[in-house]
Every structure is written in C-alpha cells, then in structure tokens.
Design a protein around this ligand. Structure first.
Ligand code: IPM
Ligand code: MG
Length: 363
C-alpha cells in the first residue's frame, strides 16, 4: 500500500476456470474505473490455481502463485472446479470467511420465498474456513468389512474460539445477535456453544443463541429476517450459505471475504465454475464484484465501495438482469459485457454527496 494521499494497491487476480475468468475480468474493469475516479491505483498480477495451474506449472497450488500473493494487498479469485482452492485458503490461514446475505429491493420477487419474507434481509454468515472436516485426517483404507473412506471433523478449541471472536466482533458492530450453528446432539465433542459463550463474556452487548444446524437451516427458510450473524464451522457454513443464494434470488449475487489474522484477504464469489454457461459471456459478475466491494471496505476505501454499491442498485432497479435472475415482463436481459458497460457508466455519475444515502438494501 502506498501513501495515504495517493494510495496504490497490488492485487493478485486468480481467474481459474469456467465462468471464473469472465467474472474476474468484469469486476476488475469496474475496480480500475472506480480507482481512477477515487484517486488510487491498482496494480494487477495474474496467478494460477486449479486445473490450469496443474497443466502449466505442475501443481494445483504452485509455489509461484503463493509467492505472487505474498505481500499483495488482496487476492481476487474466480472459480476452480477441483484442487488448489483449499490449499490456498490454508496456506495463508484465511480462517475467517464472511458471507453477507442482503436482499436487494428490486430483486425481492426473485427470492424462493415470498417478497415480504426477505424484505430487509441482512444477515452475515461467519464461516470457519481452514479447519473442520475439510482438513481433518482423511483417506481411503480397508479392513475385514471392506474398503472405506473417511474425513474427520476435528477442531482444536482455539480454532473455534478465534472464529468465535471474529463473529462476536461482527455482531457487536451489527444488531448484536449471534446464532451459533452446532450439532451437539450428535457431535458432543465439538462444544461450539460453550466455547462461544466463554468468548462472549468479553462482548457483553451480544446475545448468543445456539441452534442445531438442521433446525437453523429450517429457520433460515421459514423466517430468515430474524438472523443477524450466524457462526458456523467449515462444512455447515458452506451448506447454509447456499441457502442464502436462494433467499436473495441467485447465488450469482453473493460475494465473500476470507481473512487471516493480519487482515490480508482472499475475495471470491460463493458460486462455482458454472460449466453449463461458461464461455457464453452471460455470467453474473455481481458475486465477484460483491467480493471486490468487501476488499475495498477492508482497505478502508469506503467511498469507492459505496460508489459501486450505488451504481449496482441503480442498474438493478432499472431492471437490467443477467440470465441467472430469469428476467420476465418489464425486465431487461443483458449479458456480462452489457452489464459491465452499464455499471461503468453509472459508477461515474454517482456524486460524492449522494454516497451513503443511495444503498437500496431492501429495507
Ligand atoms: C464455497 C465452495 C467451496 C467450499 C468448494 C469449491 C470447495 O463451495 O466456497 O462455498 O466448499 O468451500
Ligand atoms: Mg459452497
């Protein structure tokens, strides 16, 4: 990062596969444009992870990519179908995954629920990202009963405590309710509730609610508006966050930030490579753009972030939709390129004086 008068940031873009390259390019175009307007510079290096990396550099997560990311101000990630992403998350200890789920006023009718059920929806899933069943002892083996496979859900208490503190911090800034996803009726050796409650003594303003994860999933589709911050382990957080996509109308709208203890982060949409639409130029870039907004906020470039949010809200309220949002009636179907052009134009017309009042969050 450069001086505060004219900051300069270096990011590493990892486009990956499928629609990854399309949504990353789209988002970077908008980021560069906003950087110019707001007076900071953005240097972009390209790195490789996943199948492409394996083919070109002999490994799903090559050392060259790790080195490129080292000392950068953030990683903007597209999508990969297999290999590399988990290693990347683990390598930089990106344990704190933030997945905001907010409804957009002009898209309320796109939700799988009735519009009044998602109006004003504003929840944050805080997902532990570098431990649990994704990283526990695993393998394939055999004994006298046959061949078997296993993945182990293992958490050190301290891994639960550190993500709990992040979730508590978030709840403190927000509405002060922290819902803990657990499965203690079947998995009693993972005492999420007790550990979170112990950490919570340092956060007297936050109310802790513990819900069995199966019940929590049901509550998310019965009454999603009741939630503020949801804390979940790696696997449960993965599953619950896709429900978020259904609530807001398309998983293509959701972005996430994965941070380590130093605030260094990986920014990616929560969707995958979408091979069915890859290469057609019709992918929704707003998930990756949403992740980039989180990156700007993490840098303290709040005006730049607000500018993109405002432009995006305007474009959506004018009725422009990518195909994942199944436009009907008055709505206008656009491809990725057109949506980006519209956003570029809109981003330039947002006045500083308007920033802060324009966010049409559905409230
Ligand atoms: C996500 C994805 C990944 C995950 C996959 C691609 C490994 O589903 O980020 O939600 O499970 O973490
Ligand atoms: Mg997922």
């Amino acid at each position: 990062m450069g001086s505060s008068s004219n900051p300069s940031y270096r990011i590493v873009a990892i486009p990956g596969e499928g629609i990854g390259p399309e949504v990353v390019e789209a988002s970077l175009k908008i980021l560069q444009h906003v950087a110019k307007i707001e007076g900071f510079t953005l240097q972009v290096d390209y790195g490789w992870v996943g199948a492409i990396a394996l083919k070109q550099l002999g490994s799903y997560f090559p050392q060259a990519t790790a080195q490129l990311c080292d000392g950068s101000d953030g990683i903007v990630f597209g999508a990969v179908s297999q290999g590399g992403l988990l290693e990347l998350r683990k390598h930089f200890d990106f344990f704190c995954n933030l997945r905001p789920i907010r409804s957009v006023k002009s898209l309320l009718h796109k939700s799988s629920l009735r519009p009044e059920k998602v109006q004003g929806l504003d929840m944050l899933i805080v997902r532990e990202l570098v431990s649990g069943i994704y990283f526990g002892p695993s393998g394939r083996s055999s004994d006298d009963q046959g061949t078997y496979g296993y993945h182990t859900m293992r958490y050190y208490d301290e891994e639960i405590r550190r993500i709990a503190r992040r979730a508590l911090e978030q709840a403190q800034y927000r509405r002060g309710l922290l819902t803990v996803a657990h499965k203690e009726n079947a998995l009693p050796h993972l005492p999420w509730t007790r550990l979170v409650q112990e950490e919570a003594t340092k956060f007297p303003g936050v109310v802790i609610e513990a819900l069995l994860v199966d019940n929590l999933a049901m509550q998310m589709v019965i009454n999603p508006q009741r939630f503020d911050v949801i804390l979940a382990g790696n696997l449960f957080g993965d599953i619950l966050s896709d429900i978020g996509g259904a609530l807001v109308g398309s998983i293509g709208l959701l972005g996430s930030a994965s941070l380590n203890a130093n605030g260094f982060g990986l920014y990616e949409a929560i969707h995958g490579t979408a091979p069915d639409i890859a290469g057609k130029g019709i992918a929704n870039p707003l998930g990756t753009l949403g992740a980039c907004i989180l990156m700007l906020q993490q840098w303290g470039e709040v005006q730049a972030a607000q500018r993109i949010i405002a432009a995006q809200d305007r474009i959506l309220s004018k009725g422009y939709r990518t195909s994942d949002l199944s436009p009907q009636g008055e709505e206008i179907l656009v491809n990725t390129e057109t949506l980006v052009d519209l956003l570029l134009e809109e981003v330039s017309t947002v006045q500083h004086s308007e920033i802060g009042v324009l966010h049409e969050s559905g409230k």
